[in-house]
Design a protein around this ligand. Structure first.
Ligand SMILES: NC(=O)c1ccc[n+]([C@@H]2O[C@H](COP(=O)([O-])OP(=O)(O)OC[C@H]3O[C@@H](n4cnc5c(N)ncnc54)[C@H](OP(=O)(O)O)[C@@H]3O)[C@@H](O)[C@H]2O)c1
Length: 332
């Protein structure tokens, strides 16, 4: 039996679909509330796979609820841990650290207690080290520098990964994947795919930074193949393209027949924007939509080296041009 956490999210729902399509074995998925299960169902509907959806064994459990998690682990041999909280709102810091670090520690501890054969942990490029110059590629070995500024999300994903590495010291076999910004069908009004929605609404600004992107199909395909392989206790960067933000926004705008973003917003404009957003959030009590962390990320220029996974699996990533073209058809 395979256990999938985060099964009502972008990665988890696509992973479930691929596991069932490839007949990897029976699958149990954890959820927190029944409405979220509909999001997974919609993904299966998009792929005309409702019969496969019916095969999922759903088990209610929160990452922070150990008794419920213990129930979910009964009879399980392999675990894919996709659940995490993704937020750039400073108000979410405490819960995000708890979910992504303590929640991952719970999964690791149960994997050890239930003698799970292998755990696949979904980390992020945010948990990798940073290179000081854009021309120096970031690899799986680039060291994390605690002296540099990191978003709360990055700190929580780094802490979660540390729990997984601790698990390897206690005898657990793991695979860690570090994807860039993931694009996939469904979930258009939340997460990374919301970018399409924003461009569709006529978002006029771009910044001078870069974005590392990857399709959800490639992410789940690498996860399944690495889990099947004899490789263990390694991390793998999953990125198909390192793109200028302008190029990415212009490409999406062309696909959606929208006016491309034409105003470059620089360091000063971004600093003003996140402070204004903080002020508005205090007045309206609404969630922050643009924070210091997002401002910093939108100016960063990084180049992620993906040769490790390409060589290990003889894998070729789908180019952003191809997966965004497909995605835009479904988005429309
Ligand atoms: N999306 C990206 O661009 C991206 C890039 C790099 C890495 N990642 C990583 O990839 C993984 C999956 O991301 P995603 O895009 O699929 O995220 P997502 O769409 O936001 O889904 C998050 C999933 O985690 C579940 N979850 C959150 N808190 C939980 C808790 N306390 N207990 C149990 N389940 C909980 C959510 O359940 P509910 O439905 O109940 O909320 C949902 O199923 C995460 O680890 C993320 O850090 C994502």
């Amino acid at each position: 039996m395979i256990l999938v956490t985060g099964a009502t999210g972008l990665v988890g729902s696509h992973l479930l679909l691929h596991l069932l399509q490839q007949e990897e074995g029976s699958v149990r998925a954890i959820y927190r509330n029944t409405q979220s299960i509909n999001k997974t169902k919609q993904v299966f509907e998009l792929y005309h796979a409702l019969a496969l959806f019916e095969q999922i064994q759903w088990q209610q459990a929160d990452l922070l609820d150990l008794p419920a998690l213990e129930k979910a682990f009964e009879g399980v041999t392999r675990v894919y841990h996709c659940a995490a909280m993704i937020s750039f709102d400073p108000k979410d810091e405490h819960l995000m650290r708890k979910t992504n670090i303590e929640g991952t520690a719970n999964i690791v501890n149960l994997c050890i207690a239930y003698q799970i054969a292998k755990l696949c942990h979904v980390s992020s490029i945010a948990a990798l080290g940073e290179s000081l110059h854009p021309s120096t590629p970031i690899t799986e070995k680039t060291e994390w520098n605690p002296e540099l500024y990191h978003s709360d999300y990055a700190l929580s994903k780094f802490g979660g990964e540390m729990e997984v590495w601790r698990g390897t010291q206690e005898g657990l076999d793991v695979i860690i994947v570090n994807p860039g910004v993931i694009f996939g069908r469904g979930f258009y009004r939340e997460g990374s795919s919301e970018l399409l929605y924003k461009v569709h609404q006529g978002f006029p600004f771009y910044t001078s930074g870069t974005t590392a992107v990857v399709s959800v199909e490639d992410v789940v395909s690498c996860m399944i193949r690495l889990m099947r392989s004899n490789h263990k206790n390694e991390r793998y960067i999953l990125v198909s393209d390192n793109l200028d933000n302008r190029e990415l926004l212009h490409f999406i705008a062309a696909l959606l027949h929208k006016k491309p973003a034409s105003f470059e917003i620089g360091r000063f404009g971004l600093a003003l924007a996140w402070r204004l957003d903080a002020f508005i959030s205090v007045l309206t009590r609404k969630k922050r939509s643009f924070t210091r962390a997002i401002a910093k990320a939108s100016l960063s220029r990084f180049n992620y080296d993906t040769s490790k996974v390409e060589q290990t699996l003889s894998f070729q990533f789908i180019s952003y041009r191809d997966f965004l073209t497909e995605l835009s058809k479904s988005f429309k």
